[in-house]
Design a protein around this ligand. Structure first.
Ligand code: BES
Ligand code: ZN
Length: 455
């Protein structure tokens, strides 16, 4: 075993402690009450980077939450990689469903439970551990390294594009590295080359100007909750296709070759559905589950409310009903282009007797890259070295809005080498990161820097 691998093995416990310290900071970017915690987390990450030998580290203010920037440029002639990750996390709610508190990282059965354990603090700390190992063992890194660890990924990276454009020259790199995706199974290393985009909207339906007695008025005026249900029902047809005009115009259809490749992936469809807790898989007609979640667009209600939701029964017609409706998009759909047509369609679907307001929240462009790029091949070799099974090339259904920005602004290839698992409960109670992912991922990151240097 080489000295680097040995260092990684001998320091596993300390690497875990470093991660736990970061997980104790509730850096919930969506909630104003946690603004100071988000900044404290940025400061903590910066201090940690300095302590492992990244002296050029700073916390950079933006119009929103700060970005942590760090660089190590001591390998003249070697390629430069830009590591992107995020230190912000999703809200921990609903709190009562956590077995142990979300910001008190707890180890159970070889898994670390905490908000952000997998998404994305755990995956960012794999890189930090790998960097530390190289600097300790060799006194240097095999490549030049720049890091951008942001605090707004979970709220749509609204201020990141401005930062990236302003810092464009300073951030120049040959490749972008990201660990914020998943693997197909606990022992199945995976490299991701495509992500879905997102359009996130809110539909507010108003009927009467105030709540009404449902006996007095029921049947005589439009109930906005009923109207909202009608609209949502009409947004998808019986085949599970979105009815917005033009929605599929720019969708890149899968080729037969791509469909075959996807069928051959070691994806456990039955296990995936079982893991979801749903009684069965349901989706767009004519597509398999893995095609549906990675390569087809879809529309979902994320939240819906209106009227009486307390104990018992209250006979009332609500004045207002609202739903958060999001669409996952695929190449080459564009949320900015689709919004107008979507909003007009939603209004056209509304029954008479109510008014509808459609709002656009943050979105993100879909992303697709070339899996045969030499940088991807380097990542492939790094995974081959650190795992037993051959790496799988996958597309994923989640979104990382900045990936498309990196592509258009920097024009450089990206490596999405992630280690999450489908049962990690990201964005949900009891989020966890398996130690096999954390330590295997750390090894993969350490080898990735070497493989990138090899070219
Ligand atoms: N790590 C995820 C993205 C992800 C999830 C990639 C699953 C692949 C598989 C990321 O932190 C995330 O959750 N992104 C948000 C983006 C949104 C807030 C714009 C998402 O996908 O919902
Ligand atoms: Zn996330």
């Amino acid at each position: 075993m080489d000295a680097l691998t040995q260092y990684l093995e001998q320091n596993q416990e300390r690497f875990l402690e470093n991660l736990k310290a970061c997980l104790r900071i509730p850096s919930v970017s969506a909630q104003p009450a946690h603004k100071a915690d988000v900044r404290a987390c940025a400061e903590h990450v910066a201090a940690h980077l300095k302590s492992i030998g990244m002296p050029h580290t700073e916390v950079v203010d933006t119009a929103g939450h700060p970005v942590v920037y760090a660089e190590w440029l001591g390998a003249p002639g070697a390629p430069t990689a830009l590591l992107y990750g995020h230190y912000d996390v999703q809200p921990p709610d609903p709190l009562d469903l956590w077995k142990t508190p979300p910001f008190e990282p707890t180890l159970r059965d070889g898994k670390l439970f905490a908000r952000g354990a997998c998404d994305d603090k755990g995956q960012v700390y794999m890189h930090f551990s790998a960097v530390e190992a190289h600097l300790q063992v060799n006194g240097k890194l095999p490549i030049n390294l720049k890091m951008v660890i942001e605090g707004e990924e979970e709220v749509g990276s609204g201020n990141l594009a401005t930062f990236l454009k302003a810092w464009k020259d300073r951030l120049a790199a040959d490749v972008i590295m990201v660990s914020d995706t998943s693997m197909l199974g606990p022992d199945q290393p995976s490299l991701c080359y495509a992500l879905r985009g997102l359009m996130y909207t809110e539909v507010e339906v108003t009927g009467p100007t105030r709540d009404l007695h449902s006996g007095e008025f029921g049947g005589a005026v439009m109930n906005p909750a009923n109207a909202l249900a009608t609209i949502i029902h009409r947004l998808k047809d019986a085949d599970g296709r979105v009815t917005v005009p033009g929605f599929y115009d720019k969708v890149r259809e899968l080729t037969e070759l791509q469909r075959t490749a996807m069928r051959e992936l070691p994806f456990d469809e039955a296990g995936f559905i079982r893991e979801s807790g749903a009684p069965m898989g349901v989706g767009e007609k004519g597509y398999s589950t893995i095609e549906r979640i990675t390569s087809r667009p879809t529309l979902d209600v994320n939240g819906i409310w209106g009227g009486y939701i307390g104990d018992g029964a209250k006979t009332v017609l609500p004045s207002v009903a609202t739903a958060k409706i999001s669409m996952r998009l695929v190449p080459d759909q564009n949320p900015d282009e689709l919004f107008e047509s979507y909003a007009a369609h939603v209004k056209s679907l509304a029954p008479a007797g109510c008014t509808v307001v459609v709002r656009n929240h943050h979105g993100g462009m879909p992303f697709i890259s070339d899996p045969s790029d030499p940088m991807m091949q380097a990542a492939y070799r790094a995974l081959e070295r650190s795992w037993t099974k051959k790496p799988a090339l996958i597309r994923e259904g989640g979104s990382i809005p900045v990936m498309a920005t990196f592509q258009s602004v920097f024009g450089k290839p990206s490596i999405l080498m992630g280690f999450g698992l489908h049962d990690d409960q990201v964005h949900a109670p009891n989020e966890k990161f398996s130690l096999s992912s954390f330590h295997g991922g750390t090894r993969s990151c350490a080898y990735l820097y070497e493989e990138l240097a090899r070219g």
